[in-house]
Design a protein around this ligand. Sequence first.
Ligand code: PLP
Length: 362
Amino acid sequence: MATAYLDHNATTPPYKSVIELVARVMREGGNPSAVYGVGRQARGRVETARSQVAKLANARARDVTFFGSATEAHATLIAQFASALFLRPDSEHDAVLNSRPGIPIPLKSSGVVCIESLKNLLYSNSGPILVAIMAANNETGIIPDIETISQLIISAKVNNPKIHFHIDAVQAAGKFPIDFKAWGCDSLALSSHKMGGPQGVGALVTRPGFDLQPIIRGGGQERRRRAGTENVAGIAGFGLACELTEDMDHLIVLREHLERGLNAINPKSIIVGQDERRLPNTTCVINPGMSSEILLMKFDLAGVALSSGSACSSGRVGGSHVLQAMGINADFARSSLRFSLGRETTKAEVDLALDAYRDICS
Ligand code: PLP
């Protein structure tokens, strides 16, 4: 049976050369904290990757810390601000939302952050404030105006230097250029398996001089910022993926073909954020009167792998929290599907998905 994997925002397959490098580094072995030759070789692998990640993010290598996932990177960063006011939109990923309670930054109905509301929140509160905003939404692909948000925060810092601006760049990296320096943020999280690296590796970039404290006490790895022996092979693979990654603009044509097809087959279907700046690979579609769970099962039977939101929330019956944060009603939020294309997705795969949708809707 022909199959189509259209869930690249959940995990995208690693580059072939990444798989080969991971295998080679695993064979090399060695603990990067050891002083003898094999240890130094492993250390070299980690440091090469640190430079590769830094280059992708336009940051300094020494400001990159490796973690076991972006979730852990977020958790570590957010834990530094236990007594700060925590501002974040309700559309953030669970990795941010569930780390600790926070105050929502309202969204416009189009899904982007409401700049006026953020400004009011920043200027009506004094003391330490942590602001966390994603550079691209994993479910809708909507890209907020990071440059304007950044300017707003930089201005607010003049009155209140205790504002920390954290960016979740997990879905942005590898899809469009990310730029730690130009974005004027204080920290930024990345995930390897969203961009052609292995699963189980994440990174946090922090502004020069930021004193990141580990959340688990143990050894002094990662300059005492993250205890535990490094996943050397995974980190090496992540670094190579950062070097290989290219933007995904070539996917816009395929995404438009998909969206035209969905709307033609089901005129009631609604493409979320259609008029907003979005990731080139992501389509979130509302299917009024249908259930995401049933749709997903039918697509699966037809050989098409999709999701209805973030992988971590599959099985959740309440519907997409991202769509609800945009003010979309719960029934619609329970009927959404996410198609996320990958760098090698073909028109034949998209057509298979459209054929399945036609069968389901008929
Ligand atoms: N942030 C966003 C936007 C994501 O899409 C994900 C994964 O789905 C994460 C964070 C968590 O990344 P990881 O799987 O590395 O913990």
